[in-house]
Design a binder for this molecule. Structure first.
Ligand SMILES: C[S@@+](CC[C@H](N)C(=O)[O-])C[C@H]1O[C@@H](n2cnc3c(N)ncnc32)[C@H](O)[C@@H]1O
Length: 264
């Protein structure tokens, strides 16, 4: 593993370890439209064993738990798994177990799962091709992969990724739907469905989730106000009457992709 990889994982542990509890209540994670859409497009079956990668507070794992036999909720960060474990107990999900797992080196045997999900996390992974290859490896023939992440077009990509990284240094890169489709197909899976959804983000929630220092919040707001045209078209900022942080919002685009491993 390279230094860059280790460095990113240390940043993930630091960022999410310190802010783990915020992800239990974050509206975009707990109730985002992509959650229902992912469940519908995956069409889960009662006998499935499902792996949720980068589960954070477990929202995706819990959305699937009533529809499948077992769920393994996994994450790189122990503090996140602790939050997810508490949430599962409070909600009475007794078919969910928890494992520490790096998305790019999964500690599971070949063909272990009927389905794998990963939502709003792959932009933290250094080597998306390794992640997708690992997903393909742990899926059984005919198994399904459901991926949700923030997707960005080529024109806005530079600004949006730099801006996100300033808020959260563990952000590596949001990719485009086309790039994810290519990666999934290179790993030998076939695309079954691909949709995009707009997601409205309250600036204040976005910075509070990652405990961003006050001076960096000011810089992030100024950069949003000054965003180049392509980035502004993508982010569609709303500044409210005062232009204050509390009245500011913007939009991200989530991709919901479902792919399948060949049966034979
Ligand atoms: C925004 S949260 C995911 C939200 C969650 N999937 C949901 O649907 O609510 C991002 C998560 O990715 C995890 N993560 C980042 N890099 C990872 C890696 N290499 N392997 C596994 N988990 C990782 C973080 O620890 C964090 O819990």
């Amino acid at each position: 593993m390279t230094d860059r990889n280790e460095n990113t994982k240390d940043l993930v542990r630091r960022q999410f370890g310190a802010n783990a509890a915020n992800y239990a209540t974050s509206i975009v994670h707990a109730k985002g439209a992509s959650l229902d859409r992912l469940v519908s497009l995956m069409a889960p079956e009662p006998g499935w064993d499902l792996l949720d990668i980068a589960t954070a507070a477990g929202h995706t794992a819990f959305a699937f738990a009533p529809h499948v036999a077992t769920v393994v909720a996994s994450d790189l960060v122990d503090e996140m798994l602790e939050v997810a474990r508490t949430q599962a107990a409070e909600r009475g999900h007794d078919n969910v177990s928890f494992e520490r797992a790096d998305a790019e080196a999964l500690p599971f045997g070949d063909g272990s799962f009927d389905a794998v999900t990963c939502r709003i996390a792959p932009h933290h992974f250094n080597t998306p091709e390794r992640f997708v290859a690992e997903v393909a490896r742990v899926l059984r023939p005919g198994g399904r992969f459901g991926l949700v992440d923030n997707m960005v077009n080529d024109e806005a990509e530079r600004f949006v990724n730099d801006w996100e990284r300033k808020r959260d240094p563990s952000h590596v890169k949001a990719l485009s739907v086309e790039r994810w489709t290519a990666l999934v197909e290179q790993a030998g899976l076939s695309m079954v469905a691909a949709e995009t959804l707009a997601k409205r983000m309250r600036f204040q929630d976005w910075v509070e989730n990652m405990s961003v220092p006050p001076d960096v919040r000011i810089e992030l707001l100024a950069e949003l106000k000054d965003a180049p045209e392509a980035a502004a078209t993508y982010l569609r900022p709303e500044f409210g009457p005062t232009g204050a942080q509390s009245s500011t919002a913007f939009h991200l685009t989530e991709g919901v992709l479902v792919a399948q491993k060949p049966t034979g």
